[in-house]
Write a protein that binds this ligand. Structure first.
Ligand code: DAT
Ligand code: MG
Length: 152
């Protein structure tokens, strides 16, 4: 089987509490991406600090850590060619005021601090974030029967 790119995606506490997990998963499924790992967890302050390390020191950092640890998230790994970039584009801009309609944030969120979803912003972040949230043996290997209809 061809090795395809992987990305890390997480429905944040607001998205889980608003019942948007299914909507977000569905968008990625019908697009043609393959779900290879998924779990619901409440993020510890330690994991939050590692995940959002790049933002340490910024004015919104403490609030971000408090928010992301406040209730369960649904963490996932999705697979497909160019999935990192394409999922970022399907998520929409960070601030929902600027997220295009049709995107997850553009359709489902109104405020930057509650923008429902996290997705890796580069292949390097994807590798780092997948390793933070998942053990290798939690990533599933299976065939997507539709693959022949999705790719050459
Ligand atoms: P993204 O989640 O689109 O990758 P980011 O990595 O720049 O955005 O920031 C992480 C999260 O922190 C973002 O989803 C919402 C929050 N955030 C970013 N900038 C912010 C700001 N200026 N004020 C409040 N929250 C902010
Ligand atoms: Mg980011």
């Amino acid at each position: 089987m061809k090795e395809r790119e992987r990305t890390f995606l997480m429905v944040k506490p607001d998205g889980v509490q608003r019942g948007l997990v299914g909507n977000i998963v569905s968008r990625l499924e019908i697009k043609g991406f393959k779900l290879v790992a998924m779990k619901m967890i409440t993020i510890s302050p330690e994991l939050a600090a590692r995940h959002y390390g790049e933002h340490k020191g910024k004015p919104f950092y403490d609030g971000l850590i408090e928010f992301i640890t406040s209730a369960p998230v649904v963490a996932m790994i999705w697979e497909g060619d160019n999935v990192v970039e394409m999922v970022r584009s399907m998520m929409g801009a960070t601030d929902p005021r600027n997220s295009a309609p049709g995107t997850m944030r553009g359709d489902l969120a109104v405020f930057m601090g509650k923008n429902i979803v996290h997705g890796s912003d580069s292949k390097e972040s994807a590798e780092r974030e997948m390793a933070l949230f998942f053990q290798e043996d939690e990533i599933c290997d299976y065939t997507l029967p539709s693959e022949g209809c999705l790719y050459d």
